[in-house]
Design a protein around this ligand. Structure first.
Ligand SMILES: Cc1cc2nc3c(=O)[nH]c(=O)nc-3n(C[C@H](O)[C@H](O)[C@H](O)COP(=O)(O)OP(=O)(O)OC[C@H]3O[C@@H](n4cnc5c(N)ncnc54)[C@H](O)[C@@H]3O)c2cc1C
Length: 132
């Protein structure tokens, strides 16, 4: 039987998790109870949402051509020619010309989600590039 003092924390929100973390290593047995089976930190909801708006603006409206010209490391560019989110003509076809000695691999019929839909091929290509 466990003879350590027992601490029961009701609520696994911000305060509850801080309390549990604060007791890490203490000679007590901690039980954390929450009516939900997930942690929700509400401030993150709108912060993540508005953060995504800025990221979208940054990657779609910022001219990064000058930065690409400064690449001085071996670079592999993988892109699907059926990418409907980031069309290949305005992205990989341009960057592969601007980055010195870049290696471009075009996936025929590849979509924006090809890292998931063609993960084996992507992994093989990455491994071959790293080993070369
Ligand atoms: C929209 C919004 C924006 C915010 N923005 C910020 C910010 O930018 N920065 C900041 O520092 N703070 C912000 N806060 C405040 C911050 O979220 C809270 O101060 C903090 O989460 C409070 O922590 P807490 O542990 O008291 O409560 P909570 O984090 O709400 O946790 C309470 C927990 O108790 C559980 N619970 C409730 N009743 C029971 C029950 N009967 N049995 C078992 N479990 C139960 C709930 O499921 C929940 O997990 C914001 C809050 C809101 C709502």
């Amino acid at each position: 039987m466990n003879s350590q003092p027992r601490v029961v924390i009701i609520g696994g929100g911000f305060g509850g998790l801080c309390a549990a973390r604060g007791l890490a290593g203490a000679l007590v047995s901690v039980t954390l109870i929450d009516k939900r089976n997930y942690h929700l930190f509400r401030p993150m909801l709108y912060q993540v949402a508005t953060g995504l708006l800025f990221v979208h603006q940054a990657f779609s409206e910022t001219d990064q051509f000058d930065d690409l010209k400064k690449f001085d490391v071996p670079t592999l560019i993988l892109h699907g020619d059926d990418d409907q989110i980031v069309p290949i003509g305005a992205s990989a076809m341009q960057s592969s010309k601007l980055i010195k000695n870049a290696q471009l691999k075009v996936y025929k019929g590849g979509s924006h989600g090809m890292c998931t839909t063609e993960k084996e091929k992507v992994n093989d290509d990455l491994l071959a590039f790293i080993k070369a």
